[in-house]
Design a protein around this ligand. Structure first.
Ligand SMILES: NC(=O)c1ccc[n+]([C@@H]2O[C@H](COP(=O)([O-])OP(=O)(O)OC[C@H]3O[C@@H](n4cnc5c(N)ncnc54)[C@H](O)[C@@H]3O)[C@@H](O)[C@H]2O)c1
Length: 411
């Protein structure tokens, strides 16, 4: 297959970097990772990942400086056959999607592009935005082929999912669609064709569906806990050898840069009549408040030191964007004597080493279920709050030992 020059705009971020590195590693293409963050660009050019993404670090070291080049200079756009931008439509402080950043980004890119280039929008977009960009290109009289091919990987699974997941491709004209198909056929086998609006909705449905599912589990968790019942005993009972409940998630802090944002995009698109989505947001965002309220009812919180285990928004990740651990921290700082935060993946001088946090804390809240926490030996006097059910599930094993928890304390 013919060799192309591919530029990934936002190429040193969580979406752009794994995609760029995998394209450089599995194809003949030359890949430029264009990014406005000079420190990330330097890091990537030294062969270092700016964030944790298992397996991609090894590939990066193999291709960087040979087939992949990180840069802050948009000059590389002049020789591009394909440009992939990950700039998206984030929600603002009024919870509305903002499109101006992407429009400005596309205007900037277009100044450098040769006619006939394929411009691919890769971020999750507010529905209808691909059409807006298409009209902008037409208005400017440019002969650029536009495609929208949303990224669907989960952070931490890029290496496996970029080549395994079916790729949704969409465009307004056949040539753009064909060229998008050609690009992805170099790294994956299954392609699903949709119209741009369908593809925009498909991606938002994916993330909202996950967010809603987490909200169901969190709502049920809070319901059971309110009645002094063990949610995970019930969870085990209804999922064990019962196929229709297999997808019943555990409870937990449902956060991160995408799920809530994308649910809110769908809510805005539904003229704010997406009641399920809004409810899911209230439930998921309300879990830290629930934990603090339960603690207040059980112990004299103002006299207690609390350790929060995990500041990243998900397990085995160093990504703290939109992490609800920080909401929990803020609430506990108001009501408890002292809050200690710890996370083995996050480098932040304000964090406390795990050993010290465990030695000092009266109360321990598992906020992020990093695997390393599973082996912790808690002191008998310590109250452990574990909405994820990690310690409980350890206890389900015959050899497991019971750990003190909020439930026992209340009784
Ligand atoms: N993180 C995920 O797993 C994931 C999955 C699917 C979709 N998305 C969507 O992809 C988009 C990007 O997410 P991300 O997690 O990669 O964000 P990120 O912050 O990790 O990466 C974005 C990168 O783009 C750079 N950048 C921003 N504006 C730029 C510009 N004008 N020119 C060049 N570089 C620019 C930033 O410096 C950063 O390195 C988001 O809109 C998100 O909704 C993310």
């Amino acid at each position: 297959m013919s060799k192309q020059t591919v530029v990934v705009v936002g190429g040193c971020g969580h979406v752009g970097l794994p995609l760029g590195i995998i394209l450089a590693s599995r194809t003949d293409d030359e890949v430029y990772l264009l990014d406005i963050d000079a420190s990330k660009v330097d890091q990537v050019n030294r062969g270092e990942m700016p964030f944790t993404e298992p397996g991609v670090d090894k590939l990066l070291r193999e291709v960087i400086g040979k087939k992949a080049f990180a840069t802050t200079s948009p000059e590389c756009l002049r020789k591009a056959d394909v440009v992939i931008t990950v700039v998206g439509t984030p929600v603002d402080e009024h919870l509305n999607p903002t499109v101006n950043g992407l429009k400005a980004n596309v205007d900037d890119i277009l100044k450098y592009l040769r006619d006939d280039t394929l411009l691919m929008l890769r971020s999750t977009l507010y529905p209808g935005v691909t059409q807006v960009i298409f009209e902008r290109i037409t208005q400017l009289g440019r002969k650029i082929h536009l495609a929208f091919c949303p990224e669907r990987i989960a952070e931490g699974k890029a290496l496996e999912e970029l080549v395994c997941l079916p790729q949704i491709i969409s465009a307004f004209e056949p040539e753009a669609l064909e060229r998008a198909r050609k690009l992805f056929s170099k790294i994956t086998t299954t392609m699903i064709e949709l119209s741009p609006l369908e593809a925009e909705l498909a991606k938002l449905f994916t993330n909202s569906w996950r967010y809603l599912n987490f909200a169901i589990s969190n709502e049920f968790y809070m319901l059971a806990e309110t009645y002094g019942l063990d949610f995970y005993k019930i969870h085990h009972a209804v999922t064990h050898e019962y196929p229709r409940m297999k997808s019943f998630a555990t409870a937990g802090l449902a956060a991160g840069p995408c799920l809530r944002k994308d649910t809110l995009q769908l809510a805005a698109f539904a003229s704010n009549h997406f009641f399920l989505g809004h409810s899911a947001m209230l439930v998921n965002e309300g879990l830290p408040n629930f934990i603090v309220r339960e603690l207040q009812q059980s112990v004299k919180l103002s006299e207690k030191t609390v350790a929060i285990l995990g500041m990243a928004f998900k397990a085995e990740s160093d990504d703290t964007r939109e992490s609800l651990s920080y909401k929990l921290k803020h609430l506990l700082e108001v009501y408890s004597k002292k809050v200690l935060c710890t996370d083995p993946y996050v480098s932040d001088p304000a964090l406390t080493p795990l050993k010290d946090a465990l030695a000092e804390a009266d109360i321990i809240v598992l906020a992020t279920p990093h695997a390393v926490y599973r082996e912790i030996e808690f002191a008998q006097h310590q109250v452990v709050v574990d909405c994820w059910g990690v310690f409980k599930r350890v206890d389900l094993k015959p050899q497991g030992r019971l750990k003190p928890n909020l439930l026992e304390l209340r009784r």
